[in-house]
Structures are given as structure tokens and as C-alpha cells.
Design a protein around this ligand. Structure first.
Ligand code: GLA
Length: 359
């Protein structure tokens, strides 16, 4: 009898402690927990500023990136015509809310306006004209935000995913060769000497691609090109990278000796695959308890690894804010919902959130 009472009291105490612990953890904000480690950012759109997500951005994050507003297509849709409004509004918000802002991105093969590569005759422009246009674009955009954007993704995704090809065969590369890369850094540096300049890419966990990224960055540095850091996109999944690959990835990049920014973190609850149509079996791909548990474990591992490499990593940015909306909702499978972030669609912290702050 007495023993059973003691047991009941003990269970009650353990339970209330657990509830308290959870309640306490809910008070903790991501940006505060990581204040001594790195800036915690989110990629956002101007629409988010008019939504309930606004409060989440201000309370949990210490930095932002424009999800689209500063990309070449949206910001420079026609020759000599810039669409500054959306980017300006994000920057004004960052300034008001004391958030640091990363610039994304100056030269990228995707979301690039068609006019950039075309002459008045509709034919493809030559190297000289394209380089001049890249120069003018960088000079205008970086110049406008001089002293306000603390870091720029200058060149995005210039390395090929094919093992037997070094550079991606983009129009930039086809027309200019590799020269556009170093020029982009030089022009960005000239437009804002105080901005930190990054090379940014995905699939950095692949050893072959990683080696190429490191080789290119090392070559650029040896030539005296102003490159100040490497951006690791970190679009990962609950199935990869493994702890070993993650550690090796961060170790290899750390050895380069440049600051690292994790620029586009999300952890998809699906296997990474190519673009495809939705199939009937996709209706079964819900956010199951198994997927959730794998995601919690992956987020825990990923942040443990980031903390371990804190001397190299200066910033960790999530690609979007909450599971209410993610680019992965439609990619690579159109219409399939993903759940890749730390806050759910109701903007509440997920179990993965607690695994990230509870250390
Ligand atoms: C790449 C780009 C980002 C974004 C994501 C997907 O990673 O760098 O700007 O477009 O793809 O949304």
C-alpha cells in the first residue's frame, strides 16, 4: 500500500516535471537559444509580412533572406527596368525588426530573365555583351543595397551535378566560360566592399560535387578573387545525409578556412527524387509518426553537427518559415504536401523544434 502510494506520487512528480519541462521549452526562442552560435534565418516573401507568420519571423529568427524578390528575374525583369518594391519592403522590415539580411542571388541559371541572353535581333548575345549586362545588374542591385545587405550569394549553382562535368552547362557558362564567376565576385566587391560574398550550391553532401565546389573556391581564392564564404543550401531529407556524411561534409568545407553559411535548410519527409507527376500512391505519403520520428532525429543530428562546427558556421537559414507553405509542397511532385520545417501549418513548434533547442 505504502509502496504503491510512493510510486503514484513519484509518477505524478515525473509527469508534472515533464509537462513543466515542455512548457519551459515552449518559452525558448530559436534565435535566443542559438544567439552564441549563429544567426538563425528564414527565407521569406513580402506576403509573409502581411500574414500570421510575421510574428513567428520576428520572435524566432534573427535574419531573413528574400525567397524570390532579389533574384534576377523578379528584380530586373526588363533591360534597365528594376522592380525594387518587394526587395525594398523586405529590407525595410529587416531594418525595423533588427534582423540581418542576406542577399540572394546575383547570378543563377534559373529564374533569369530571357532578355539577358538576347540581343535586339532576338539572337543570343556574345560574351562581351553578356558580361556587360551581368556587370550592370550586379552594380545596380548590390549598389542599391550597399551597407545594408551583410552577405550576398553572388553565384548560385555553377557546379555540375554530373560526375564527369565540372561546371554546369548554363547559358552563362556556354557564352562566357568560367570567367563570369570571378567577374561576378569582383563586380559585387566593387559595388559594396563591406558585403561578405558567397558561392552557394546544393547537393553539397555528394562527395564528387563537394570536391568540385571546394576546388573551384580554392582556385578563386588563389587568384585573389574576393570570395569570403561558402553557402551550403542543405535541402536535405529524413533519409539523408547520414551522420557520417554530414560530419564529413562539414569537415571538408571547414578545412577550406572560409566562413560557412547554411543558406536554405529544410528536411523533406520524402526521399529526394527528380521531378515527376503525382501518382495514386502519393495519397499515402502523409506525415506519419514514423516520418515525424525520423525528422526529429535528423534535425537533432543536423543541429548537433552544426554546433560541433560552430567555429566555421556563422549562419543557418531555413528555406521558408513553417509547414503552412514550403516550395517542397510542389516540388518535385506537383501537389504533394511536404512538412520540412520546425513549425507546423498552425505555426506551432513541432517535436523537431524541441529536439533542436533542447541540448
Ligand atoms: C534553389 C535556390 C533557391 C530556391 C530553391 C527552391 O535552392 O537557390 O533560391 O529557388 O532552389 O525554391
Amino acid at each position: 500500500m505504502i509502496i504503491s502510494r510512493i510510486y503514484t506520487t513519484l509518477s505524478f512528480l515525473i509527469l508534472t516535471n515533464a509537462v513543466f519541462a515542455q512548457a519551459d521549452l515552449r518559452q525558448i526562442k530559436l534565435k535566443e537559444r542559438y544567439r552564441d552560435f549563429f544567426t538563425i534565418g528564414a527565407a521569406i516573401t513580402p506576403m509573409a509580412l502581411r500574414s500570421e507568420e510575421l510574428h513567428l519571423i520576428e520572435s524566432q529568427f534573427s535574419g531573413i533572406t528574400a525567397e524570390n524578390a532579389m533574384k534576377m528575374g523578379p528584380i530586373h525583369p526588363q533591360p534597365f527596368r528594376f522592380n525594387w518594391g518587394p526587395a525594398d519592403s523586405l529590407l525595410a522590415f529587416a531594418t525595423r525588426s533588427h534582423l540581418r539580411m542576406r542577399g540572394h542571388t546575383l547570378v543563377w541559371h534559373s529564374q533569369t530573365p530571357k532578355w539577358l541572353f538576347e540581343g535586339e535581333d532576338g539572337k543570343q548575345v556574345n560574351k562581351e555583351i553578356l558580361l556587360q549586362r551581368i556587370h550592370d545588374h550586379i552594380d545596380s542591385v548590390v549598389g542599391r543595397y550597399k551597407g545594408k545587405i551583410y552577405a550576398w550569394d553572388v553565384v548560385n549553382e555553377a557546379i555540375s551535378d554530373q560526375a564527369n562535368e565540372f561546371y554546369r552547362s548554363s547559358l552563362f557558362y556556354q557564352i562566357c566560360g568560367e570567367e563570369y564567376i570571378e567577374k561576378a565576385f569582383q563586380w559585387a566587391h566593387a559595388a559594396d566592399p563591406s558585403a561578405l560574398l558567397f558561392y552557394n550550391d546544393y547537393n553539397e553532401i555528394d562527395p564528387v560535387k563537394r570536391k568540385k565546389i571546394i576546388e573551384m573556391v580554392t582556385r578563386l581564392r588563389a587568384k585573389g578573387v574576393p570570395i569570403h564564404g561558402i553557402g551550403l543550401q542543405a535541402h536535405w531529407s529524413i533519409y539523408a545525409p547520414s551522420t557520417e556524411v554530414l560530419d564529413k561534409t562539414l569537415e571538408d568545407f571547414s578545412k577550406v578556412g572560409l566562413p560557412l553559411h547554411v543558406t536554405e535548410l529544410d528536411i523533406s519527409v520524402y526521399k529526394k527524387e527528380g521531378r515527376r507527376d503525382r501518382m495514386p500512391s502519393d495519397s499515402l505519403t502523409a506525415y506519419t509518426p514514423e516520418r515525424e520520428a525520423l525528422q526529429v532525429a535528423m534535425y537533432e543530428r543536423v543541429f548537433a553537427a552544426f554546433r560541433k562546427h560552430r567555429s566555421s558556421i556563422q549562419s543557418v537559414t531555413f528555406w521558408n518559415i513553417s509547414d503552412r507553405r514550403s516550395w517542397l509542397d510542389n516540388f518535385p511532385v506537383v501537389g504533394r504536401k511536404d512538412h520540412p520545417l520546425l513549425f507546423d501549418a498552425a505555426l506551432q513548434p513541432k517535436k523537431a523544434f524541441f529536439s533542436v533547442i533542447n541540448f
